[in-house]
Design a protein. Structure first.
Length: 231
């Protein structure tokens, strides 16, 4: 078993343990009932997405400075994994919203800004997909990734900047019982490990893809021809 496979198995095992803690250890919320258990993975996925997009931000800045291929590959990997976790965040948020708010979707500031975040990084990946591979595509994508990160604090602080149906940070406000807080922190740690492993695996895939494309590029052979003697 390779190192990446070992880490992947470990990450999946941790997520299974986190799932057991969510359903077997954490108490049922008095007001919302069992549906509140979505909270643990919903919020953890959002934070993991923030971390992935931070990788895109740093990778884009480094690439623009010295055109590091390593930084560019990490940016590509972070964007894809971040988009996956943003999708999980949106889907689980909609599942939670239906029984609590009576609708899968409301144009709540946090929901809307999270959707905008998803669109930005989907656009980032679309640029990488459609543009010809090379320096120009990498630079354009780096700019998109850097400016796209501006929406991350907008998502996070949207509940305090605008009127929102979302509650404020219940962790910072010490609103969780000890069992719920412990379950959330453990789930968050497991989700971050999973995100890191996914980025590492995706980085390896991006590296192999770049190497394959480099090998596939036609090699131009320049030959010199001896001048013919003048009679």
């Amino acid at each position: 078993m390779s190192r990446h496979e070992t880490w992947a198995v470990a990450a999946v095992a941790l997520m299974l343990i986190a799932g057991a803690a969510i359903f077997l250890y954490a108490p049922t919320d008095y007001l919302q009932g069992p549906v509140q258990r979505i909270f643990y993975l919903h919020v953890s996925s959002a934070i993991a997405a923030y971390g992935c997009f931070a990788v895109v931000l740093v990778g884009g800045i480094i690439y623009l400075r010295n055109e590091s291929l390593v930084a560019d590959r990490f940016a590509r990997a972070g964007a894809l994994v971040g988009l996956v976790f943003t999708t999980v965040t949106l889907v689980m948020g909609m599942m939670w919203a239906k029984p609590i708010w009576g609708s899968y979707w409301t144009w709540d500031p946090r929901l809307t800004s999270t959707l905008v975040l998803w669109i930005i990084y989907a656009g980032y990946l679309l640029v990488r997909r459609l543009a010809d591979p090379g320096r120009q595509a990498a630079r354009i994508a780096a700019v998109v990734g850097i400016f796209g990160f501006i929406d991350v604090p907008v998502v996070h602080f949207s509940v305090t900047w605008w009127r929102s149906q979302h509650p404020g940070s219940i962790v910072e406000n010490d609103a969780l019982p000890p069992e719920m807080l412990a379950t959330f922190l453990f789930t968050l740690a497991c989700t971050l490990v999973l995100a890191a492993v996914m980025v590492a695996i995706r980085y390896r895939i991006e590296t192999l893809t770049d190497e394959r494309m480099h090998v596939a590029e036609p090699v131009k052979v320049i030959t010199t021809r001896e001048p013919e003697p003048v009679p």
